[in-house]
Design a binder for this molecule. Structure first.
Ligand SMILES: Cc1ncc(COP(=O)(O)O)c(C=O)c1O
Length: 354
C-alpha cells in the first residue's frame, strides 16, 4: 500500500515493458531471471524435462556456450529424449547438411541455437533454421540464445521465428544479476513453475499451491528490482544511439580489426572474416604462443583481452585447440583502440621472439 513500494513495482513493470518493446515480445512473456544461464535452466527444467520424452530429439549445436549445453544435459536422463548437436565446420559455421539430416527425421521437438557465437562471432541464420525445424515438425519449439546477438544486432522475437529468446544484462551495458527469458505467453502458461516460493503463487495451503499468472509464475521470491530497472536504463542508452547504428559501428571496427590482426606474424583469426556475417568478438590464435601468455603481456600493454575456452569447450576443441585469445568490441570502442589492440599484439609477438 505504501507509495514507495508502489513506485518500485511501477519501475519494475516499466522495465519489463521496455525489455518487451526492445525485442518485440509480449510483456506477459517477459520473465526476469538472474542471467541467461538461469533462463535456459528454466526452459530445461520446465519445458524439456516435462514435455520431451523418448523418441524426441533435442537439437543443439557444437557452437554453444556451456549455458546452452549443460542445462539440457542435466535433464536428459530424467526426460529420456535424444540429445544431438549440429557440428561446426572448420570456418566456424554450422554444418547445415548435418542439421538437415537430423531435422528431416521430423523428431526434433526442441531446437536451441545461439544467435551469435561468443567465440567465433558467427551470426547464425536463425530465421531459416527455425522455419526449417518447424516445417519438419510443427510441434517443435525454437530457443535462441541471444546473449551475444541482442546487444549487437537489432533483434525481434517474431522476426527470428523463435518461441523463446534469452539474453543477459551485463552484455548489454546493464548490471550483472539480471537476465531475460522472452517468449510466447501461451507456451509459458502451459509450463509448470521452475522455482517455488513467494510471488509465484495464487494460493497456498499446507498440502499444495496454485500458481500466479505469467510471467509472475516464473519469478519466485523478491525480484531483481534494481537490476531490472538498471537493464531498462541500459536499453534506453542503446535505443538512444539506435541499434542499427550500434551494429554499423561494430561492423566498422571488425572491418578494421580482422585484417590488421591477421597481418601480425603467425596470427589466425577464427570464424567468418566477413564483418557482416559475424558479431564483434574476435578470437585468434598466435602460432607458438599460449593465449594466457598473450593475455598477460597484452594486459601490461594496457589492452584487456580474454584468454581461455570462453565457456565453450566443445567449440574451442573443434577449432583444434584448448584455448584462444579473444578481443571483444562494444559500441564505445574506437578505431584508435583497434590500432592499440593490434600494436599490443605485435609488441607481444616481439616480446616472445626475443
Ligand atoms: C553466447 C552466450 N550464451 C550465454 C551466456 C551466459 O550468460 P550469463 O553467464 O550471463 O548467464 C554467455 C555469456 O558469456 C554467452 O556469451
Amino acid at each position: 500500500m505504501h507509495y514507495l513500494a508502489e513506485a518500485a513495482t511501477e519501475a519494475y513493470e516499466a522495465a519489463r515493458a521496455t525489455v518487451a518493446r526492445f525485442v518485440g515480445a509480449d510483456p506477459r512473456g517477459v520473465v526476469f531471471t538472474k542471467n541467461a544461464t538461469e533462463a535456459l535452466n528454466l526452459l530445461a527444467y520446465s519445458l524439456a524435462r516435462r514435455s520431451l520424452g523418448p523418441g524426441d530429439i533435442l537439437l543443439s549445436t557444437q557452437m554453444e556456450h556451456h549455458a546452452n549445453l549443460v542445462p539440457w544435459q542435466l535433464v536428459q536422463p530424467d526426460a529420456g529424449f535424444e540429445l544431438r548437436h549440429v557440428p561446426v565446420r572448420p570456418g566456424g559455421t554450422l554444418d547445415l547438411d548435418a542439421f538437415e539430416a537430423v531435422v528431416a527425421t521430423g523428431r526434433v521437438r526442441l531446437f536451441t541455437v545461439t544467435g551469435a557465437s561468443n567465440v567465433v562471432g558467427t551470426i547464425n541464420p536463425v530465421r531459416e533454421l527455425a522455419a526449417r525445424v518447424r516445417a519438419a515438425n510443427p510441434e517443435a519449439v525454437v530457443v535462441v540464445d541471444g546473449a551475444q546477438l541482442v546487444p549487437q544486432v537489432p533483434t525481434d522475437l517474431l522476426d527470428l521465428g523463435a518461441d523463446f529468446l534469452v539474453f543477459t544484462g551485463h552484455k548489454l551495458y546493464g548490471p550483472t544479476g539480471i537476465g531475460v527469458l522472452a517468449g510466447r505467453p501461451e507456451l509459458l502458461e502451459a509450463m509448470p513453475p521452475f522455482l517455488g516460493g513467494g510471488e509465484m503463487i495464487a494460493n497456498v495451503t499446507l498440502e499444495g499451491a496454485t500458481f500466479n499468472e505469467v510471467p509472475y509464475k516464473f519469478e519466485a521470491g523478491t525480484p531483481m528490482i534494481a537490476e531490472a530497472v538498471g537493464l531498462a536504463a541500459a536499453i534506453d542508452y542503446v535505443n538512444g544511439i539506435g541499434m542499427g547504428a550500434v551494429r554499423a559501428h561494430e561492423v566498422a571496427l571488425l572491418g578494421a580489426a580482422i585484417p590488421a590482426l591477421e597481418a601480425v606474424d603467425g596470427v589466425t583469426v577464427h570464424g567468418p572474416h566477413d564483418p557482416a556475417a559475424r558479431c564483434a568478438v574476435v578470437s585468434f590464435s598466435v602460432e607458438g604462443l599460449h593465449p594466457h601468455d598473450i593475455g598477460t603481456i597484452m594486459d601490461r600493454e594496457g589492452v584487456a583481452v580474454r584468454a581461455g575456452h570462453h565457456c565453450a569447450k566443445p567449440l574451442v576443441r573443434a577449432l583444434g585447440s584448448a584455448a584462444t585469445t579473444r578481443a571483444s568490441f562494444a559500441v564505445y570502442n574506437t578505431l584508435d583502440e583497434v590500432d592499440a589492440l593490434v600494436a599490443a599484439l605485435a609488441a607481444t609477438r616481439r616480446f616472445f621472439d626475443r
